[in-house]
Design a protein around this ligand. Structure first.
Ligand code: FPP
Length: 249
């Protein structure tokens, strides 16, 4: 039976987050430069967005550019920014046709103005779509996000809008960039690296983690379905015992 038919549509994660890693190594294996790997990686992005939308997954967050990625050679950073613009240009129409809503988290002020403008334009054009929400993490790092949240919450206290004792998990969640987005139930990382790399540190507290040796440009629908199958085989206990879960106590 094709693997897609083995997936239980009633037990899908609402939110899948992905660290897309291995574009550079994949390109090297092909004897090509890193930018070639990123271009191939953009094709995997398209395939996984389509698959997630078709399955009825509600949120897909992709780590497309980390705060640390600014330290890469300028040529590579420029190529990634150009790839973002060309991908938004070529894909926005299809996002609209497929009812996909685009969002982005990250320090957008650090992005070049033309990238920011394109991104915000696509976000605006897709804002009323009701299918998959695609969240691009751009110039994002969780420590940056948590630092910003701390500043915002401190501001609320200074302005007497809340007291120190009011600060709870909800206030922290509400002041992250992912406000109103449920925490991911599943986080996937490709390329055989077993790290979280400053991605959604707060939001991944209870997520199932799935690591695969496949490099991102090799990660297609079948690989995505395998990750979902693996997720569905796990028992999510949230600190409870199996017996408590079984008897709903
Ligand atoms: C990691 O591979 C990948 C990135 C830093 C960038 C991700 C970008 C894309 C998948 C392409 C465009 C994205 C969109 C949303 C259109 P790496 O370069 O770290 O690979 P390596 O670890 O093998 O060097």
């Amino acid at each position: 039976m094709a693997i897609i038919h083995q997936i239980d549509k009633k037990k899908l994660p609402k939110h899948v987050a992905i660290i897309m890693d291995g574009n550079g190594r994949w390109a090297k294996q092909q004897g090509k430069n890193r930018v070639f790997g990123h271009k191939q990686g953009a094709k995997s992005v398209k395939e996984i967005v389509q698959a997630a939308g078709e399955l009825g997954i509600e949120y897909l967050t992709l780590y497309a550019f980390s705060t640390e990625n600014w330290n890469r050679p300028k040529l590579e950073v420029d190529a990634l920014m150009a790839l973002l613009i060309s991908s938004i240009n070529s894909e926005t129409k299809e996002l609209i046709e497929n009812n996909v809503r685009l969002l982005s988290i990250g320090n957008h002020n650090a992005l070049p103005k033309n990238v920011r403008n394109k991104l915000f334009q696509a976000i605006d054009q897709t804002k009323n779509n009701t299918g998959l929400t695609l969240v691009l993490a751009l110039s994002y790092s969780a420590r940056w996000e948590l630092t910003e949240a701390a500043k915002k919450i401190a501001g609320l206290v200074v302005d007497h809008k809340i007291s120190v004792d009011d600060i709870d998990e909800k206030i922290i969640s509400d002041n992250l960039t992912t406000t109103n987005i449920p925490d991911p139930e599943l986080m996937i990382r490709t390329s055989g690296e077993y790290r979280i790399s400053n991605f959604l540190l707060w939001q991944l507290a209870y997520s199932e983690l799935y690591f695969t040796d496949k490099l991102w440009p090799e990660f297609g629908k079948e690989e995505f379905f395998k990750a979902l199958m693996n997720y569905q085989s796990r028992e999510r206990r949230f600190g409870k015992t199996s017996e408590q879960l079984e008897h709903n106590i």
